[in-house]
Design a protein around this ligand. Sequence first.
Ligand code: ADP
Length: 644
Amino acid sequence: MPDEQKDYRAILKKYWGYDDFRAIQLPIIESICRGQDTLGLMPTGGGKSITFQVPTMAMDGLCLVITPLIALMKDQVSNLKRRGIKALALYSGMRPSQMYTVLDNAMYGHYKFLYVSPERLMTELFLSRLGRMKICLIAVDESHCISQWGYDFRPAYLQLAAIRKRLPGVPVLALTATATPEVVDDIQEKLLFAKKNVYKMSFERPNLAYIVRKTEDKYGELLKMLRSVQGSTILYVRNRRRTRELCEYLQKQGFTAEFYHAGLDDITRDARQRRWQAGESRIMVATNAFGMGIDKPDVRLVVHLDLPDSLEAYFQEAGRAGRDGAQAYAFIFYSRSDVTMLKKRVSDNFPDLDAIRLVYEHLQYYYQMAMGDGQGCIRQFDLEDFCRKFHHAILPCDGALKILSLARYIEYTEEQDSGSRVVFRVTREDLYHLRDMDAKADKLLMCMLRNYTGIFLEQTHISEEAMAELTGMTRQEVCEILIRLRMAGVISYVPRKRTPYIIYTRARVPMDELRFPPSAYEDRKARYLRRVEAMIGYVTNSSECRSRLLLNYFGEKNDHSCQQCDVCTAKADLPLLPGESRDDERLRRQVCDLLRERKCTPNVLYDALNTDRERLASLLRQLLDEEKIQWKDGYFSLNRYGRG
Ligand code: ADP
């Protein structure tokens, strides 16, 4: 064994206590230590962190880790500290004094890891210190977020190219748990890889059975599933209201359950996650807001009751089951209307160009905006009110406004629960030399400086109302000046999002002059459509192993079948779930088929089905319990609402 390998192993053993590397950890580490830009593709739970942590411990200097999730960041930092490794984190929401301390330590404190959220990177405070840090490696977690082709694009990631340019010679390690071949290329390009260099671990999950069921009785199927598969469970639905409804329904059925979505406050969310994580409640009913950064190894069952809009998202969510390596199940229940609804999401997100133009035109009537006017104007926006007045449907109208934003005619901020934030993008000295500031803008600037200390350093929550009161202006004036300052590059300003806003980033133009670049419309639509089609292809498929289908989608050629998805088990006539046998399933279907045609006496059923009386009687009792069939005047018949 070469000495170097022994060293990496010794580091692994010394700090983490593990005897050996997993799968592709070592090749990635060696690639990094040769100074090569590297992209590592590993499924969730594959052990990504070790791939930048071990080489950093073998190198001299500090590793800059970019990761979007503050909770995850804090977790990793405390993890490293526990192992006696010096680590720091820098994120929005810290007090300026804390940030100074973190940055001082990163420069002079012999620390090994600095975790930074992508939004913090391009702040003046950070950039001014970056040059004095001895960075040996840049690790980019969730690196698919840099790709506009991906399903989870985050514009802040694009700034990473600029950071790389400031740190010549420092290798980058990009990591992700999901990427299609075109995203893999895009990540390397956007991160300015010197040479293409990808290490990929198989995404196969041998302990995870992928199962799809078409059913018009999702809750009935769900109950059955929850009774046959024991253990920790996540149920995904798309709609916040349904998380609560389904949770209450399950509680009534005697299960312990929580619900979770982005609209809940942090404290409630944390408490629910903790209870579920600790096993105090078995089931988490959630929207897709739940998941990233959850490290619960013993999830046995993940069920999707609505279709996700991409296989990337599905693979991530389903992959949260069975991280401990023990048998686990990933179910999708879908009905005929789900496929139609998924297709409709394409036209909702991407209405026809003429429809988008019309929304733009109506916006001008709504605000009585004259041609050529508008630039820099900011208006509160009430989507429902607008749609009611101009007869638009909510979803496509929302889609149209987003496209108008991407094409840079307006800026449309959606409903969210955060305050307005401001940070200065120029220094104090620059500010004194600013020209073209009118008296009101000057007054507002002075007022902000006096009232919000630290506003030069960090995003600071401000109140437009308070500013208006203190300066004697109207709230509208304050907002418009802030927008003007933002356009002049003086401040960065994110308006409070509780009430959505429309901001005119350009003056009103005639509607037939609106132009939509492919990056705002066609390309995005084509990719969205491809993702939706892949999702539909996956659920409607009945001939190919589901695991193989998923792997192929992520560019992995795989010639064996998993022998545990619904397609493989049906082919091999194997039981699908513990306690459920294929024969039972078949008999059940036969009974329902017979009863669908006509009502039958028990004897007629018995004769037609060629089975023993005990089994048939037990199945009939079960179907009666489930209210799938009814018993009347000596005949069984299919329940009017039961569809077998
Ligand atoms: P990912 O970020 O890919 O989801 P993590 O880095 O969080 O995965 O690692 C998942 C789990 O596997 C962690 O508990 C980690 O300590 C463990 N792990 C990683 N590498 C090894 C290894 N070589 N041997 C044993 N356990 C490992």
